[in-house]
Ligand binder design. Structure first.
Ligand SMILES: *Cc1c(COP(=O)(O)O)cnc(C)c1O
Length: 374
């Protein structure tokens, strides 16, 4: 356990650190809402809430700040406390940023195979990377390093659900509702987003219910992830034991922050569709986003197709979780995707057709009744 924050000097530092993070939260400008140009009937437009424009490039920016706020308030972080976390992704980049803001050393325990581009993003924020194998042992390693150093393991997968500010005026749910209002639209019919820890979707879902708007919440789930099957079977203990191939989303188990009670729909998305959709998003909007945004675009198209057939009105908002720069040599590289066996052509042409005409010509997974004549 981290040492307790005792003397007066320490307490003064802690309250200044809390003030600093709260001011940082209040001063952060809202991210843009952009329209996706989609053909088809009016009244069912698609918008992108672009969280890649946050200061550290992803939707993890707020949750990382909230996790440190929570630990400061609990007396787990004081002046000089070394911070540790087990992840190589966006959460490490954002946590390193806030550790540096507070003047604290930060170490991300990352799987040994983590590429240099990903390590450099953490190091550019002043963080250190500690490679460790096997990949699933990074969690225990981060905890034991924190213990040895008398530091603090942030442990976002366990703690982010309780830490996230879901109800404040700068929360993602609040921003999406005011963005759509400012765009002259009614409240969204649907919001579509990804699930990693589950904290972001839980926060948005709780906000929607608090406000009493009719907006429904759909989350997309990649191959190998536990959320779709676990949600469909209403079995929280469901595990796959397999890592997701879509960076940022999908987990081998349902994480504690995931809140199925505020999720209206979980949409399984084939990995090849996520990657094709990420390319399509770039081709149509010029926005270079990560693969989880591709999953969201694919899911949003399924939702819009269904709304149009059922004559449901209202905008759909999907969340762009991160930018694509970090994925230039992977998901944006044809030889890399070919080596994975992903043939992008089929799903790409389905999406091109939908964007250009507003009519879905591809398969409709999850609606087997169409094919068996029932
Ligand atoms: C973390 C992440 C998500 C999912 O957010 P959670 O709050 O962890 O569920 C989605 N997209 C990207 C790019 C992410 O980094």
């Amino acid at each position: 356990m981290a040492r307790r924050i005792g003397d007066e000097r320490d307490r003064a530092w802690v309250s200044r650190a809390i003030e600093l993070l709260l001011a940082d939260r209040a001063d952060e400008p809202p991210t843009p809402l952009r329209a996706f140009p989609l053909a088809g009937p009016p009244g069912a437009a698609l918008y992108l809430k672009d969280e890649s424009r946050r200061p550290t490039g992803s939707l993890k920016h707020g949750p990382a700040r909230d996790l440190l706020l929570d630990a400061l308030r609990a007396g787990e972080i004081g002046p000089g406390t070394a911070l540790f976390e087990a992840t190589s992704g966006n959460m490490a980049v954002a946590q390193a940023h806030f550790a540096r803001l507070l003047g604290l050393p930060y170490t991300a325990v990352v799987p040994g195979r983590t590429g240099t581009a990903k390590r450099r993003r953490i190091e550019a924020q002043g963080g250190l990377c500690h490679p460790f194998d096997p990949p699933l042992a990074v969690y225990g390693k981060a905890r034991s390093l924190a213990e040895e150093a008398g530091g603090h393991c942030v442990d976002h997968l366990e703690r982010v659900g309780d830490a996230v500010d879901w109800s404040g005026p700068t929360s993602l749910g609040a921003q999406i509702l005011s963005d759509t209002e400012n765009a002259g639209e009614p409240a969204p019919a649907w919001i579509v987003m990804g699930v990693g820890s589950g904290a972001t979707s839980a926060a948005v879902g709780r906000y929607l219910r608090m406000r009493g708007v009719g907006t429904k919440l759909a989350v997309v789930d990649p191959e190998n992830s536990a959320y779709f099957a676990g949600w469909a079977a209403d079995f929280p203990g469901y595990t796959t034991g397999m890592p997701s191939r879509i960076e940022g989303i999908g987990r081998p188990r349902m994480e504690p922050a995931f809140d199925p009670s505020v999720i209206d729909l979980v949409i399984p998305v084939p990995d090849v569709a996520s990657v094709a959709a990420m390319r399509h998003l770039h081709a149509i909007t010029g926005l270079m986003a990560g693969p989880s945004s591709g999953s969201c675009l694919w899911g949003a198209f399924q939702v819009l197709d269904r709304m149009r057939r059922e004559d449901v009105r209202g905008p759909v908002v999907m969340v762009v979780g991160d930018g694509g720069e970090a994925y230039r040599d992977t998901y944006y590289d044809d030889s890399w995707t070919e080596a994975k066996g992903w043939r992008l052509h089929g799903p790409l042409s389905d999406m091109e057709h939908f964007t250009a005409t507003g009519a879905w010509s591809g398969a409709r997974p999850g609606e087997p009744g169409r094919d068996d004549g029932s």
